[in-house]
Ligand binder design. Structure first.
Ligand code: FES
Length: 165
């Protein structure tokens, strides 16, 4: 081959350069999004970690709010996250409800003067019974979510949160 055959035209040079730079930039944008989307799937079992929240002896038949903090690693960011749960005794069973309203995600409270034996949401006045079942005719269309509960040595541990229908 002659030296002339190896010459790259200006058009080819621009095509190669722009393709390379464009590919590099696209990879830079797509990789973090893919990592973010797949992150929970890459951490199998991470959501099933149990967190100690309180002693069984502290519980009554009336839901009480407990806060608990756990370490969360989200892609490259690690932080301490605090969540709440309403926990109570139903016979021998320990029940833990999420305080997040299933309508649009506001935080419900238990024992409001307008709904003393249940949960009330301040945003659109959604109501739930003590066991977290949504009251028909109010905005929420499904019950409050429940935590998986494990009791060991008199301590209450909360695990994954589950939806009810
Ligand atoms: S967010 Fe709770 S009723 Fe709308």
């Amino acid at each position: 081959m002659s030296e002339k055959d190896h010459k790259v035209s200006r058009r080819q040079f621009l095509t190669y350069t722009l393709t390379g730079v464009g590919g590099f930039m696209a990879a830079g944008m797509i990789m973090p999004m893919a990592r973010f989307a797949l992150d929970p799937a890459l951490k199998a079992g991470a959501e099933s970690d149990l967190i100690e929240v309180c002693d069984v002896a502290e519980l009554t038949e009336e839901p009480q709010k407990f806060s608990f903090t756990f370490n969360q690693v989200d892609a490259w960011y690690e932080s301490d996250v605090t969540h709440d749960a309403y926990i109570y005794l139903s016979g021998d069973e320990v029940v833990a409800l999420s305080p997040t309203c299933t309508h649009l995600g506001c935080t419900v409270t238990y024992g409001h003067e307008e709904h003393p034996d249940g949960f009330r949401c301040p945003c659109h006045f959604g109501l739930f019974s003590k066991d977290g079942i949504n009251v028909p005719g109010t905005p929420p269309q499904r019950p409050l979510d429940v935590f998986e509960v494990t009791v060991e040595d008199g301590k209450v541990f909360l695990g994954q949160i589950n939806q009810r229908t």
